[in-house]
Design a protein around this ligand. Structure first.
Ligand code: TRP
Length: 452
């Protein structure tokens, strides 16, 4: 415990790393496909409301717990709570990290595999939009391809976590995230200028409230947590490497802004292309893999853009996956004095294996379903829609009601700028964390288990 704890190299280092965790497959792959399945604009609005009312206050709380205790997700509760049962929240987070990373790596692997397809020039040979769907179906139907790519992706994640916080994580985020942003801007402009793009924009921005169901509200809530990396101690762990002289409120707002911006941009790029090529928005997890290659096939410079896009998507996925593994590793390194190497290899190895059935859900195990959900869907549902919101509920209750604002506010204001001392800002944070977040999450849970 007395080892000097690693810290980010700079203030901006934290923001970049946390944004690197937040921005990932959730924004570019998951957000468009679940928005597509849940009716578009109305879902997008519900998601935005949850980001603002629930995600942001919980994000501040989670980073604060980490910075204040300088501990991992279990250690933080151990230090602050007199009732040791609160450590279960940290333990649940570690479980969520296991489950999320196991299926996340499958999609990360698809992204890596698509870099190879892009380099081989496969997209240019598409004669019809359907050809893109056929390629996708063929690739994910091939268990060897899926597991092979999962292995490559996971190997990358493990080696970066092994090298430690600074060298491994900060580096990736500094140069590559801005580049991803530029590519998305280009794809978005390309999308908007396609013939028939308007239908895509309408789908994303003109709400049809009849499409909203109880289920889609739960999915929107789960996604608000998923996309901000909340509810399982990842942001807590990253906050624990944060120096005391930085402003948590501002950092959180910046992370939320960047994360949301990227998701909306990805949505525009994808839905314009979906409607312009006559595809359907509700086609599920394959949506971006089926849609964007059609765009690349036809656009000037599409060969290069295709490679760059899937490369950057893979990197964005890696910087997020790192934060998932880091939560698990930090616990064993800090609390049980394991070496980083041992923790990375043992738990990395286990999570890699747990990922295999998720990968096989698209091929060999596709007949095994439970309530219509295959193994992959189940892992996603359990983690994103149950464990993360539950974690968020408990974190907000803990900070607002148990640890208490008398202690939390002075901790929050360490290193804070004038803006964050503003009474309105503090009052809103308190109000949303104490009442809005717990009540909303609780009601949505009750509804989703069919209580009303
Ligand atoms: N937020 C990431 C994304 O959108 C995924 C992620 C990384 C995550 N760390 C997390 C999700 C922790 C939940 C919890 O792709």
């Amino acid at each position: 415990m007395l080892k000097k704890r690693e810290q980010w190299g700079s203030k901006i280092g934290f923001i970049l790393a946390a944004a690197g965790s937040a921005i990932g497959l959730g924004n570019i792959w998951k957000f468009p496909y679940i928005a597509g399945e849940n009716g578009g604009a109305a879902f997008v609005l519900v998601y935005l409301v949850f980001i603002l009312l629930i995600g942001t206050p919980v994000l501040i709380a989670e980073i604060l717990l980490g910075r204040e205790t300088q501990r991992n997700s279990i250690g933080a509760f151990k230090q602050l709570a007199s009732n040791k049962l609160w450590m279960i929240v940290g333990g649940m987070g570690i479980l969520a990290g296991f489950v999320i990373l196991s299926f996340y790596s499958i999609i990360g692997g698809w992204a890596v595999g698509y870099v190879v397809e892009a380099i081989n020039g496969t997209f240019a040979s598409f004669e019809t939009p359907e050809a893109s769907g056929d390629l996708f179906g063929q690739l994910i139907g091939n268990a060897k391809w899926v597991i092979g790519m999962h292995t490559i992706f996971f190997g990358l994640v493990m080696s970066l976590v092994y090298f430690g916080v600074k060298r491994g994580i900060e580096f990736g985020s500094k140069i590559l995230m801005p580049l991803l942003f530029v590519i998305l801007v280009i794809l978005m402009i390309r999308g908007i200028t396609l013939e028939g793009a308007e239908a895509g924009l309408n789908f994303m921005f003109k709400p049809d409230w009849s499409k909203i169901t109880g289920d889609s509200i739960l999915i929107a809530l789960g996604h608000a947590f998923f996309t901000l990396s909340l509810g399982m101690g990842a942001m807590l762990t990253y906050g624990s490497y944060m120096p005391e002289d930085s402003d948590i409120t501002i950092a959180s707002l910046q992370i939320v802004f960047l994360d949301t911006l990227i998701a909306i941009m990805a949505g525009i790029a994808i839905f314009t292309a979906v409607f312009a090529s006559g595809l359907v928005p509700g086609s599920g997890p394959g949506l971006i893999f089926q849609t964007l290659p059609i765009v690349f096939a036809e656009m000037p410079g599409g060969y290069i853009f295709g490679i760059l896009f899937f490369l950057l998507l893979s990197i964005a996925a890696v910087t997020s996956a790192i934060s998932l593994l880091e939560v698990v590793v930090a616990y064993f390194v800090d609390e049980l004095n394991w070496s980083r190497k041992k923790a990375v290899f043992i738990f990395g190895g286990i999570i890699y294996l747990v990922g295999i059935p998720s990968g096989l859900s698209f091929n060999l195990l596709s007949d095994y379903t439970f309530n219509g959900l295959n193994f992959f869907d189940l892992a996603d549902f359990l983690a994103s829609n149950i464990l993360l919101p539950l974690g968020g509920l408990l974190i907000s209750i803990f900070v607002a009601w148990i640890w208490g604002f008398e202690k939390a506010i002075p901790a929050l204001l360490k290193g804070a700028t004038k803006m964050s001392h503003n009474n309105m800002v503090l009052m809103s944070w308190k109000f949303f964390l104490k009442f809005v977040a717990p009540v909303f999450i609780f009601i949505i849970f009750l509804h989703s288990i069919g209580l009303f």
